[in-house]
Design a protein. Structure first.
Length: 583
């Protein structure tokens, strides 16, 4: 009930349409209820009495009632379909907006396919419930009440006999609802798992084919598909038993009415018209009883879907601006870590251990270390993608927890290791952080990132749509567009996460030359394994297992003969030799 009430809360803004829909529904029910009585009037007053006048009046009345019912049925259908679309729109929009402000730790745990399933199939289940089942629920109980009263007025003995099986029908329907809901919840969960598998396969199709794993992927997808099939079959088995059972009960009820009602007609206690009307009303009464199963079925799906959607919406973002947050604009660029410890949610291992350092404005800080050393974790603390477990991160002397998040992040330019481009034009990708940027500013950023020339060679230049995730571009081209996007923001703090690791040496030198000029006037953090980057850094932090094991400049660290010198001899010295040959 709690889930249904939360779904109904989305109806409140559209109460006028809901009210209009129910008024149209009641009028159409009233029209429908009058038809058996008109049939009784035609039979008893027209056919039995041989009155053509009564017959004509009765038939014309039935036609008029039918036309009126058709008009209000159309209005009822339109109002409820409009309501379902509006609520579906609002829930989907609410879900999407919520995801935009969810923390990174939430996405670390969530599966994309499951989230996609909630935003599509689960919302469609709620729409179907609002469009059909909610209306049928009111219609069924309304018809049940009205028809019961009418049947009692026609013949109370016959009415009691016909209603004898009604409690069995209602109890069966309620039991069906209780047992079918967990089955549909399992179906929705497995649908999300299958969607996740498909989404990952499509995103990683190049990896799949590179390793010739097509057959394995087909086999694993087939396994998830079989599980979905089994869950659906479990639900279908329950539904398949319910509906024939309800049909048998309905048939028994009709048989009893014909037997006992026929005896009353023969005895002269009931007219043929009354028995016909009684039978028509009873047939109408069977419809709500049978539809109750569909309603319960649909409600069970909607509740299961609502639980999954509200499970996401109830995840309150743990990282958000305080009501009295400080708006720091512009940022000077001083970054300080004070005894920072950090571990990712639901893990026991610390990713950062007692990290302390200061980056003064305009300095370049290079982070060096093996995979998992904690380099990316440090850069994730600066824009407050995660909160520290203990310690403090300060920007211009202010704790990042006290700063207004949107203002902070707008002044931090980031080029992620996994370059992500949207399926829009090159211009829109570069201007993503500054949609108000002029064409001249976009071109200037592209030139600085050495992307301008290859962009002009494309079919539509800056207006070229690059396809999903930039599929039409090479790794180096995507990297340079991502760099241009970061540079266009003119941030006070710049984070380059392996920014030039996907380009050839010649291109890297060109990009580094441009970045050297553009990084002036801003604090820059670079995660890089390139010697050129390390040599130009004002401060190098050598990391291992979440700790800073060495710090200093390139020449000083080499003279110490420690971890940095060993990395230099094993990985970086060769780059210097190659550079000297190039010179």
């Amino acid at each position: 009930m709690r889930v249904i009430l939360r779904i109904f809360s989305y109806i409140r803004p559209y109460w006028k349409y809901t009210l209009a829909g129910y008024i149209a529904l009641l009028i159409s029910i009233g029209m429908q209820m009058s038809i058996p009585r008109l049939v009784e009037y035609v039979i008893d007053g027209g056919l039995v009495q041989d009155s053509t006048r009564v017959l004509t009046i009765g038939v014309l009345a039935i036609v008029a009632v039918g036309l009126t019912q058709g008009v209000f049925t159309y209005l009822r259908s339109f109002m409820f379909q409009f309501l379902a679309e509006q609520v579906g729109y609002d829930i989907r929009n609410h879900l999407y907006r919520h995801l935009q402000f969810s923390t990174f730790s939430f996405f670390d745990r969530a599966h994309t396919g499951q989230l996609m399933s909630r935003g599509t199939e689960d919302i469609n289940s709620i729409r179907r419930f609002l469009m059909f089942s909610m209306r049928m629920l009111v219609q069924s109980f309304g018809m049940l009440l009205v028809i019961t009263i009418i049947l009692l007025t026609i013949n109370w003995q016959l009415a009691l006999l016909s209603l004898a099986l009604m409690p069995v029908l209602v109890v069966t329907a309620l039991h069906f609802g209780q047992t079918i809901r967990p089955l549909y919840l399992a179906v929705q969960q497995q649908f999300g798992v299958m969607t996740t598998r498909m989404q990952e396969n499509l995103a990683g199709t190049r990896v799949v084919r590179s390793f010739a794993q097509e057959d394995r992927e087909i086999e694993e997808f087939d396994h998830e598909l079989e599980l979905l099939y089994d869950r659906n079959i479990d639900a279908i088995k329950k539904s398949a038993f319910y509906f024939p059972f309800m049909t048998v009960l309905s048939t028994l009820s009709i048989a009893m009415i014909l037997w006992y009602g026929g005896r009353l007609v023969v005895a002269g206690d009931l007219t043929v018209g009354q028995l016909t009307a009684f039978y028509l009303y009873l047939a109408m009464l069977q419809m709500p009883a049978r539809v109750l199963g569909f309603v319960v079925n649909s409600a069970a799906r909607a509740i299961a879907s609502g639980e999954r959607i509200f499970e996401v919406l109830d995840q309150k973002p743990s990282i958000r601006s305080k009501p009295d947050a400080t708006v720091l604009d512009p940022i000077e660029g001083r970054v300080e870590f004070q005894n920072v410890w950090f571990r990712y949610p639901e893990t026991d291992e610390y990713a950062l251990k007692d990290i302390s350092f200061v980056a003064e404005p305009n300095q370049r800080v290079a982070l060096l270390g093996t995979t998992g050393a904690g380099k990316s974790s440090i850069t994730a603390m600066i824009p407050r993608f995660y909160d520290v477990t203990s310690g403090r991160v300060l920007i211009d002397g202010h704790n990042v927890k006290d700063l207004d998040l949107p203002t902070l992040r707008r002044q931090i330019g980031i080029v992620l290791q996994d370059t992500f481009l949207f399926s829009v034009t090159i211009k829109e990708n570069i201007a993503y952080g500054r949609m108000d940027a002029t064409d001249e500013e976009v071109i200037a950023a592209a030139k600085a990132a050495r992307a301008h020339d290859f962009i002009l060679e494309m079919s539509e230049g800056y207006d070229t749509v690059i396809g999903e995730r930039g599929v039409s571009l090479s790794g180096g081209q995507k990297q340079r567009i991502a760099i241009a996007r970061g540079l266009l923001m003119a941030p006070s703090i710049l984070i380059l996460d392996d920014a030039t690791s996907n380009v050839d040496t010649e291109t890297e030198f060109a990009i580094q030359a441009a970045l050297a000029e553009l990084m002036k006037g801003r604090t820059t953090f670079v995660i890089a394994h390139r010697l050129l980057t390390l040599k130009s850094a004002d401060q190098i932090l050598v990391m291992d297992d979440g700790e800073i094991i060495e710090r200093g400049k390139h020449d000083d660290l080499l003279r110490r003969g420690g971890a940095y010198a060993r990395i230099y001899d094993l990985q970086l010295k060769e780059q210097e030799e190659v550079a000297s040959i190039g010179d």
